[in-house]
Design a protein around this ligand. Sequence first.
Ligand SMILES: Cc1cc2nc3c(=O)[nH]c(=O)nc-3n(C[C@H](O)[C@H](O)[C@H](O)COP(=O)(O)OP(=O)(O)OC[C@H]3O[C@@H](n4cnc5c(N)ncnc54)[C@H](O)[C@@H]3O)c2cc1C
Length: 369
Amino acid sequence: MEIKEKFNLDQVTTFRIGGPADFYCVVQTLEELKEALKFARGKDLAVFILAGGSNLLFADAGFRGMVINIAIKGIEILHDDDNRVEIRVGSGEVWDDIAALCALKELWGIENLSGIPGRSGAIPIQNVGAYGQEASRVVSSVEVLDLEELEIQIFNNDQCGFEYRQSNFNTIWKNKYAILSVTFTLARQPKPNLSYIDLSNYFAGANNPSPGLPEIRQAVIAIRSKKFPDLNEFGCAGSCFKNLILTPQNYLRLEQTLGRNFSPEIVSRLQELKLRFAEEKRIKIPAAFLVDICGLKGQSIGAARLWKNQALVIVNTGSAKARDVAGLFKLVRQEVFAKTGMRLVSEPEWVGFSEQELAKYFEIPNDKS
Ligand SMILES: Cc1cc2nc3c(=O)[nH]c(=O)nc-3n(C[C@H](O)[C@H](O)[C@H](O)COP(=O)(O)OP(=O)(O)OC[C@H]3O[C@@H](n4cnc5c(N)ncnc54)[C@H](O)[C@@H]3O)c2cc1C
């Protein structure tokens, strides 16, 4: 294991943004991870665990401390019968390789999560989800190393505290554990989930009412390729804003505000979205709808631009800095708040920013809450 100094983080993030980490290493085994943690402890360094770098915005100043890139591999079948297969996956396995493997073996449960960048160990962190499927429905347990005690623990699904784009790992346990492996339970019996309109339209168009698993995977990849930029061409970290999860009361407030500031047609579209994404006890409104109606698509600061095909995605069109992305993020949040009263929340994690910078970029004028 080689420990590098002053390692530029733009090389290991899909945004292609980020200044230097004081120290950086890639670990391929539990022993290397422990060794890296002991090195950091010896120098009293802050530690940041990195995987595929696809949900991160590193500051231009980089990270003061040690970034440990987890690349622990391994795939193991723990249980296999006519109904279900339990598979333990090393945190460093590329997630889409696992989705592809499961599609090939006709194992159901993660096909709608095809094409998501990053590694398998990050899947439980923000309870990754897409097209009606979520990690929380397939993760049966998560094996971790306590970064302080250097002891291994296993959490079952209930202990992970999964919510929309959230788990205990990115809230109360933040920076406490490194995930070593994740065990997924997948179904042998077909369980297609075509509830999302993009997917049902795709198969209605293809005149195929009951597609097989590999077809669903291909459909998801095709739909995603139209929404997200090609990462070989542009930098990005996926959606920069989370969708809104509203109480009925907050939804009503949004509807009233849109009624005051927008046309009746926009209010009807909001009402349609409310029905389309209705979930038990929560009302999910796509943040892209709010960004769209505020006329922000295509806005740019420096080389950071809102992507033409998906208003939630900020792309690095060349040499964008973190400050450009952060400035654009601020502009979008402020505009959306001014016109809709809603506070958008960042989906990628911001790392290496000072308290003052965060206060500046997350400031909303006239926010009295
Ligand atoms: C084009 C594009 C499309 C995307 N689409 C989606 C989507 O549809 N749905 C969705 O939910 N997300 C999406 N994302 C976001 C991102 O791909 C996922 O959140 C992914 O799971 C992040 O994985 P990663 O390996 O890149 O994690 P990183 O970005 O490296 O890390 C993310 C967080 O997880 C922590 N972490 C990662 N691995 C470990 C570990 N082993 N132990 C402890 N902590 C760890 C990091 O410390 C950090 O806090 C998209 C991103 C891009 C660029």
